[in-house]
Ligand binder design. Sequence first.
Ligand SMILES: Cc1cc2nc3c(=O)[nH]c(=O)nc-3n(C[C@H](O)[C@H](O)[C@H](O)COP(=O)(O)OP(=O)(O)OC[C@H]3O[C@@H](n4cnc5c(N)ncnc54)[C@H](O)[C@@H]3O)c2cc1C
Length: 378
Amino acid sequence: MPQRKPHIAIIGAGIGGLAAAVCLRRVGIDVRIHEQARGFIRLGAGIQQAPNAVRVLFALGLRDKLLAQAFQPDSNDSRDHDTGALTNSLPLGQSVRDRHGVPYFLMHRGDLHAMLADLVPDDVIRLNHKLAGLDQAPNGMVRMIFTNGETAVADAVIGADGVHSVVRDLMLGAEQPRYTGRVAYRTVFPTARLNGLPVEPCVKWWGPDRHIVSYFVNPRRDELYFVTSTPEPEASVESWSAKGDLATLRAAYDTFHPQVRGILAACPDVHKWALVERDPLPRWVEGNVALLGDACHPMTPYMAQGASTSIEDGAVLSRCLDGVDRDGVGDALRRYEATRRPRTSRIQQTSAQNTWLREPHDADWVYGYDAWTVPLAD
Ligand SMILES: Cc1cc2nc3c(=O)[nH]c(=O)nc-3n(C[C@H](O)[C@H](O)[C@H](O)COP(=O)(O)OP(=O)(O)OC[C@H]3O[C@@H](n4cnc5c(N)ncnc54)[C@H](O)[C@@H]3O)c2cc1C
């Protein structure tokens, strides 16, 4: 009897959910994404894509678009916040291409999201579908219940619904992520506003209890992104669209190097995002339901690996499900978890320390990972 390929439902059309959908479709699996939003907004944010993510993105067909739209810095520099003394400079550019075979990209988050969305046919994404409940039948089929009253069924459900994942809550019980006591102020703005102030292409300024990262987000160098980690005792906001107060931000960095103060003086507005984290979860899979991306391994942004590891998840998930019929889905999902959890747990824990690249150290264990060839767990 011919095998029946599983039908997979993904909850959430963020970078992780979209990348997983593209990876699964690449091996011929039928996918449907259910997304709560009515449409996608282009938030003013940058994103770093290290070679471990770029290997996946290139295989998905995004090489030319990335080369055209993303910026490739020659180095990633760390500097003391006030003197500007260089504490580390990780060579990127040609050096990373030689070492890892692919570039290190800095880009607009909206561009990456749009590139992935363009690889998914419109009818694969169902907008305005907010998941509220899940039922697993003894035969493995999973029924999804949405707040708009609709239901749907699939052979497996992948919860790619972010740090406040409903799928996670349904699987493990509701538990709020931990507020780190810090917020990220971030924005992308035209470099023309800098009035000729020279800025570094990719730099992190390390203060005693706060930092700021800035970089160009396209090869034209006409847009600059910055993101901070700033102590604020109250977790007042966590929304992609919440605005921050510019005067508060500038005051928080008034002892920093003149270049930082110049950037903050030039930026027209800023978003604010509470930084939250969780400890590594004990498990990501229950029956034919699994978690992916921030839903299972949310992390602080200090290694710039949250989206990158979500993209890796999709590639490994597709390898585990490749050629599997519906009866094998549960085992394939457990294999996916067993392959991925040790790596993402280590990155979550390393990221939480916020020491990544401040001093010279080995980055190859992160950037050298190849999701297409890493051995799958037994
Ligand atoms: C300040 C900051 C800087 C960062 N910088 C980087 C970086 O440089 N590089 C990097 O790799 N990562 C970075 N990250 C991390 C990265 O943004 C996240 O790890 C990544 O976006 C996670 O993707 P995701 O798809 O798992 O979740 P999300 O992007 O959160 O997507 C989840 C999706 O699920 C939808 N959803 C939620 N609930 C439901 C529901 N009930 N039903 C249906 N849909 C639902 C949401 O609307 C959303 O579209 C940064 C994060 C922060 C906060």
